[in-house]
Design a protein around this ligand. Structure first.
Ligand code: UDP
Length: 390
């Protein structure tokens, strides 16, 4: 067993879970985070004015098919039933504003076209009258949309929203972003397909505090880590931004960041957790009403966040990796130098510059820690990446 501690940079999901597994295996682990709270962008806290549990960096809804991951999170927090049912405000095929159901389902199609189609009729209507059949292998977001829903639904629900969200034209984005969302020819409006879905009863930060609560873990918040300190540690797991580790020496990777405009109302504001706005002329992408993320709680007042997306500046909190052609080329150069570095492994959304759901982040963190333990047992070198960012 090595004597120097392991250093984990970042007290979000990746860092906390890796730290916990190594602590359980007998390592001394120091977890640092430059922010004053744990949880990274999943951080939750009670709103001081209303007492509502708030997703401080935007909505995080847990969903997975991975039973082991589900059991893992449930061993640190009680997850209560929560189904994500998103609504969107847009304009229908006749030019009238309305509230529609997401993800695109039979209700959305019938509402939008003012029809009463059955599942088979809707399928036929979309495939024969709306879908662009000239696209065989969609590679861009726009092609994916035009092939599977046609222009009218795309323009109403996806085009404006995506331009606001990503700051570029959907034809410059990969099809994979839209593939996150299903199209259903029934009235199922559950945003996700996954078998296990829920929300931690007392919020994500409470769960992560329990993960970090181990005698072998020392947590230091408000603490910056610099690469020059690495030599003191048996290994560093770094969940910060990969370009930051290298002091941005090759340039900065692009991110979208979010601004939230908080407001409070008495009673209810919108009657659901998430209301999207498809119209490009509405500056924000969505409004979240946080008390609906904890439907088992009662609150007289309500706190809402209007969410605005923009390009991240150096001092902003990074949210979504952009991963367009330029970023991918730069990322590839960072990966090359990272692969020549010893004693550090890059993990998580920022460390590997990928758009990751929470369950995938957790799965990778568990596997990364296992891989490290195997490497130590067999005196092998732990690689810079357990999961390639490319
Ligand atoms: N999207 C859209 N309209 C919506 C919701 C989503 O155009 O009403 C697009 C948008 O480009 C978004 C992508 O679909 O980035 C994936 O949506 P998801 O809800 O998974 O986004 P996230 O919750 O990760 O922000």
């Amino acid at each position: 067993m090595v004597t120097n501690p392991i250093h984990v940079v970042g007290a979000g999901l990746s860092g906390s879970i890796i730290g916990r597994k190594l602590a359980e295996a007998g390592y001394r682990v120091i977890v640092t985070d430059s922010r004053s709270h744990i949880g990274g962008n999943c951080h939750t806290e009670r709103d001081s004015e209303t007492g509502v549990m708030t997703h401080c960096y935007g909505p995080h809804i847990f969903h997975t098919d991975d039973e082991e991951v589900w059991k893992y999170v449930n061993s640190f927090a009680q997850f209560l039933p929560y189904k994500n049912r998103v609504k969107t405000t847009s304009v229908d095929a006749y030019g009238a504003e309305g509230v529609f159901s997401l993800p695109l389902n039979l209700h959305t199609i019938n509402q939008f076209f003012r029809k009463t189609l059955s599942p088979n009729e809707a399928k036929e209507f979309i495939t024969q009258e709306l879908a662009d059949t000239t696209i065989s292998e969609p590679t861009t977001f726009e092609e994916q949309a035009l092939k599977f829903m046609g222009n009218e639904l795309y323009e109403a629900f996806f085009k404006g929203y995506t331009i606001k969200q990503w700051g570029c034209e959907p034809k410059d984005l990969p099809a994979s972003i839209l593939k996150r969302l299903p199209i259903r020819f029934n009235y199922d409006d559950n945003y996700f397909f996954h078998k296990f879905q829920g929300m931690p009863e007392h919020g994500y930060s409470n769960m992560i505090a329990k993960i970090l609560d181990h005698p072998n873990i020392e947590l230091r918040l408000g603490t910056f880590f610099s690469r020059s300190q690495s030599g003191k540690y048996a290994h560093v797991f770094y969940s910060g931004a990969i370009d930051g580790w290298f002091d941005y020496e090759l340039g900065r990777l692009g991110y979208r960041t979010l601004d939230f405009e908080r407001f409070k109302v008495d009673g209810d504001f919108q009657g659901c957790a998430v209301m999207n706005y498809g119209d490009l002329n509405v500056a924000y992408t969505r409004i979240t009403e946080h008390k609906y993320f904890s439907p088992w709680e009662q609150h007289d007042a309500s706190v809402c966040y209007k969410e605005f997306s923009r390009a991240a500046e150096p001092e902003d909190i990074p949210y979504y990796p952009i991963r367009q052609v330029n970023e991918k080329a730069l990322l590839s150069n960072y990966v090359d130098i990272a692969n020549t570095s010893d004693g550090v492994t890059f993990v998580g959304r920022l460390g590997t510059y990928r758009y990751l759901d929470m369950d995938v982040t957790i799965r990778e963190a568990l596997d990364t820690a296992d891989h490290f333990l195997n490497c130590m047992r067999s005196s092998k070198k732990m690689p810079a990446f357990f999961k390639s960012p490319l």
